[in-house]
Design a protein around this ligand. Structure first.
Ligand code: GLY
Ligand code: MN
Ligand code: MN
Length: 436
């Protein structure tokens, strides 16, 4: 992403918090996986959103209208020996030259320098409660200032969680962000197509996962946006199944929920298809119903529509359909909905915001009202029906059918655009692709 994009974000944030404020944003800590091995490092989304700086051990500080410079970056210094072992660092010079900081200091000096920057700022914004160690640091810096009040130094008298402001910004995507999300979506589409084409009875779920990951990495996505779910048969009925160790069986469905992260933006696609390439009668009936609900929810997406309309239409269609199939019974549709009977088979919501985080930031309700959609927002649409073996009152022929269909949808000025439309979705399209 271009540097100007990060600059524009910092300026927008500084304008919103105004003169007299200080914003302090830490990045994520490195996390230990085992002994001396760390998880693949991923910067904190808010921090990266404002800085474009991907290294660990960094803190960004924004002080609107500070004469000596508004943007200060604390980061690791260059260190030839450490860089030989662990990789390159931008260092203080790089922080200013490459990342546009007005000033940069070693992260090891932050305790000496930061209280001075906080002096006489009236408002402090920081991601309160996100990182316990960082919360403790902020208290330490506040206490340091408190000790100097008699020489005329004041503490900030308002402390606000940063997320409210930054997350509202992140909820509405810019053109550059949409371009990254489009690319993430394209790569994930290729991965799902590859899985459909490769799938054979007798394969292990993780072998299909390997096809997905291969496609992600070869197109420049080094990590999935979340652990991939590949569940055959009964495993498709476990919503967050990530073991992926089962064997794919001839007459089962397989559900794949997998999306790559590309340039810090997520995609999130689910497709469900028959292991042998041909849907059975029962699989078809459930699949058609989920698809009908998903298409109806997507059709609702336009500026001004309210967030809950998406879920409500999926609940209506799924409940009516399950009643027609004899899977829900004994009450009117209205009562089945009001009393939540459908939740036995459709127990999650219809989607979530999508962006730098797979379950992206931004409130869903404002002042007790479900939020209105606006151009630039991206949401997933992902209804599902899950009928595990042993479901009481349901004929055995429906057992072990689990179907979810999930796309990523951008709200546009005139309606919507399905970013993941390239992934085969109708029964005919899926069977045709699997036959090639
Ligand atoms: N893959 C996580 C979700 O669909 O919400
Ligand atoms: Mn999702
Ligand atoms: Mn998903």
């Amino acid at each position: 992403m271009e540097k100007i994009e990060f600059l524009r974000r910092r300026e927008q944030l500084m304008q919103q918090v105004g003169k007299g404020s200080i914003v302090i944003i830490p990045t994520a800590p490195e996390r230990q996986r085992n002994r001396d091995v760390h998880f693949f490092y991923r910067a904190d989304s808010d921090f990266y959103y404002l800085t474009g700086f991907a290294e660990p051990e960094a803190v960004a500080v924004l002080i609107p209208e500070r004469e000596q410079g508004e943007y200060i970056l604390f980061c690791r210094e260059k260190d030839p020996e450490k860089e030989t072992w662990h990789g390159r660092r931008a260092g203080l010079e790089g922080a200013c030259q490459t990342y546009d900081a007005d000033d940069a200091f070693p992260i090891s000096d932050i305790d000496e320098i930061l209280p001075g920057l906080m002096e006489n700022c009236r408002r402090l914004y920081y991601p309160m409660g996100c990182y316990a160690d960082f919360d403790a640091k902020v208290v330490e810096w506040m206490n340091h200032l408190r000790g100097r009040s008699r020489i005329g130094i004041n503490l900030p008298n308002e402390i606000s969680p940063l997320e409210h402001t930054v997350h509202e910004m992140r909820l509405v995507k810019s053109e550059a962000e949409i371009a990254a999300m489009r690319r993430a979506a394209e790569i994930s589409v290729l991965a799902h197509q590859r899985a459909m084409q490769t799938c054979r009875a007798g394969m292990l779920e993780y072998q299909l996962e390997a096809e997905i990951l291969h496609e992600f990495v070869r197109h420049g996505s080094r990590a999935p946006a979340y652990p991939s779910i590949v569940g055959g048969g009964s495993n498709a009925c476990i919503l967050h199944y990530i073991e992926n160790t089962g064997t794919l069986k001839e007459n089962d469905l397989v559900l794949i929920d997998a999306g790559c992260e590309y340039d810090y933006y997520a995609s999130d696609i689910t497709r469900t298809f028959p292991v042998n390439g041909k849907f059975s009668k029962e699989q078809k009936a459930i699949y058609q119903l989920v698809l009908k609900a998903q298409l109806a929810a997507i059709a609702k997406i336009h500026p001004g529509a309210r967030w809950n309309e998406l879920y409500d239409v999926t609940v209506q269609i799924i409940t009516e359909g399950l009643m027609q199939l004899g899977i829900l019974k004994g009450k009117s549709v209205d009562r089945l909905i009001a009393e939540g009977d459908f939740k036995k088979f459709y127990m999650h919501k219809a989607g979530h915001w999508l962006g730098m985080d797979v379950h992206d930031v931004g409130n869903y309700k404002i002042d007790e009202q479900w939020r209105e959609l606006k151009p630039g927002m991206v949401t997933t649409v992902e209804p599902g029906i899950y009928i595990p073996a042993g479901s009481t009152g349901v004929e055995e022929r429906w057992w072990n059918i689990g179907v979810r269909i999930e796309d990523d949808v951008l709200v546009t000025k005139t309606g919507h655009e399905v970013l993941t439309a390239g992934a085969q979705k109708t029964i005919e399209e899926i069977e045709a692709l699997m036959a090639t």
